[in-house]
Ligand binder design. Structure first.
Ligand SMILES: Cc1cc2nc3c(=O)[nH]c(=O)nc-3n(C[C@H](O)[C@H](O)[C@H](O)COP(=O)(O)OP(=O)(O)OC[C@H]3O[C@@H](n4cnc5c(N)ncnc54)[C@H](O)[C@@H]3O)c2cc1C
Length: 288
């Protein structure tokens, strides 16, 4: 088996990095996954005035301090999105575009799911709906696809898809600056109503149109919290947690905005500490 980590932390925002610091201080073998340069959300804050001891700091500056602090403990860092998760004999396996990683416990710190899901998204996930161009793009070689894009950084993924696919219908939720690199990308200034299909995706409906496609790629800051762990208990759109930040799945803890309101840095960092200590306690009770 490949390396077995004690604690895998999914998400490198304030919650995940706080958990990484505490888990590292407790001498655990830690792996952190973050795919978008550590909290694009906090980096948007022009001025943070309520973080104790660091008044009037920008979100960028605060995040850089968090990153430098957490990485000084040298956890293994994977700058890719976790797109696959499963539970095996005594450990969890997480997958990114480049490989699989095993860990005894997981701290889920993916931030709030900012977007509504599209009707049909969950139903067709893995059957035409994908969150990862690198992983699934080749299945759509020479075919028509749609790309629903909420984050400008994901336009690189769309370029990659345009090189593989016959046609890409691009539905951005922001203004596209400059020219697109590929002529087979058509920008649709509408947001989708419904992903349609039978056993697999066959199309995408918008308020004013219908686009026959074989695949729909969705790129946003964070996906629905239960897309990785469909069995995890939710409270509304957030992960349901107890006082120890434990989730309904044994061995998985959660922290930060993904556990609900208020969406605040101090709450996220505090929950990160509790989740890490709970994971450490859980590890000490394991029989191997
Ligand atoms: C404009 C703005 C201003 C704000 N101002 C304040 C303020 O003044 N004070 C305050 O207390 N709070 C403020 N907040 C809220 C604060 O930013 C959040 O509460 C905080 O960032 C939550 O931290 P988190 O770690 O839970 O999630 P996030 O910061 O959202 O981090 C989650 C991370 O997980 C990563 N991720 C998600 N899914 C995956 C995956 N599958 N694989 C790998 N990585 C993944 C994401 O890329 C992200 O980096 C503000 C928010 C915004 C948007």
């Amino acid at each position: 088996m490949t390396d077995l980590y004690d604690i895998a932390i999914i998400g490198g925002g304030p919650a995940g990095l706080s958990a990484a610091v505490t888990a590292s201080v407790r001498n655990k073998k830690v792996i952190v996954f973050d795919f978008s340069n550590f909290s694009p959300r906090l980096r948007k804050a022009h001025l943070v005035s309520n973080y104790l001891g660091l008044p009037d700091i920008t979100g960028q500056e605060l995040m850089e301090k968090f990153v430098a602090h957490a990485l000084s403990f040298k956890p293994t860092l994977v700058t890719e999105k976790v797109i696959y998760a499963s539970e095996g004999e005594g450990h969890f396996t997480l997958g990114t575009a480049s490989g699989f990683f095993n860990a005894k416990t997981i701290i889920f710190a993916v931030g709030a799911s900012s977007s509504e899901t599209v009707s049909g998204e969950k139903e067709f996930l893995g059957r035409g709906v994908s969150y990862c161009a690198t992983c699934d793009g080749h299945f759509f070689k020479g075919k028509k696809i749609a790309a629903i894009v909420n984050v400008p950084g994901a336009l690189e993924e769309v370029d990659f898809l345009a090189e593989l696919c016959e046609k890409v219908y691009l539905m951005p939720r922001f203004k596209i600056e400059g020219e697109l690199k590929h002529e087979n990308i058509e920008v649709i200034a509408e947001y989708p109503d419904e992903i349609t299909g039978t056993d697999r995706v066959t199309g995408l409906r918008t308020p004013h149109g219908y686009y026959p496609v074989n695949g729909v790629f969705i790129f946003r800051e964070s996906d629905p919290v239960d897309s990785l762990f469909p069995d995890i208990l939710l409270k509304g759109k957030s992960v349901a947690v107890g006082e120890e930040m434990e989730t309904s799945v044994e061995g998985i803890f959660a922290a930060g905005d993904c556990t609900g309101h208020p969406w605040q840095i101090s709450r996220a960092t505090g929950q990160g500490i509790v989740a890490a200590l709970s994971a450490v306690k859980y590890l000490s009770q394991l029989k191997y």
